[in-house]
Design a protein around this ligand. Sequence first.
Ligand SMILES: [Zn+2]
Length: 260
Amino acid sequence: MTRAPALLPLLLLLPLPATAGGEPRAVDVICRAGWGGRAATRPYVKHTIVRLTVHHSGMLLRQNRAAPGRIRSAQRFHQSRGWPDIAYHYLIDLEGNIYEGRPTSARGDTGTRYDTTGHFLVCVVGNYDRQKPRPGQVRALADLLAWASARFKVGAETIRGHLQLARTKCPGRKLQKLITDGTLRAEVEARLEAGGIKLRLVCGEQARRLRAEGRSAATPRAGAERPKRLRAEGRSAATPRAGAERPTGLRAIRRRAHAR
Ligand SMILES: [Zn+2]
């Protein structure tokens, strides 16, 4: 302690750690009502999160407008298996939009052999053996994992792909690679050092606009409200518009999703 004053001038010359004064960055999450989620069909099993686990949905996803329908289909399928709700805590679409799944206080579910107790479960919608994770998806995944890491005091070194825990191809080679080579962990740690992430739940019209971010200007749907873009970064003009919230639109999305 007595040497500290002598060191002080030297310390002042060192760059400040990135945490100094860093405010958490807000990241939007589409609430359950925002994607048409149904209520849980039975009580959840409570747990405490101690590790971070990445999944994919396994079905190729080429058009982002199909994503909300895929998530609703997954919820229906999971509930039909006797699970209370969609298996995951959060899901991510092609554009990097984040969707609210079951509460984090609820243990997840799996059709494979591993104990989901203590796992924070994120599912990237699509098949990442066959498609490549987009930069916006990786950003969203790192945002979510960084949030969970701080919220539950779980280190980024606990990040695993499902295939590291059970016999499965999930989350696909191209997504698993980012876990195995440390890319995702580094992204998460960088976010924590920069002040962390806070999640902001958005519902209703705001959620619809968020989902519609990737809508192509060339293909506005007749009668649809033109959504404002919340974030323009990384949005391709070729990306299809998001699904409309009207029931007829939803049915059409479901038909397309099931046709694959
Ligand atoms: Zn999985």
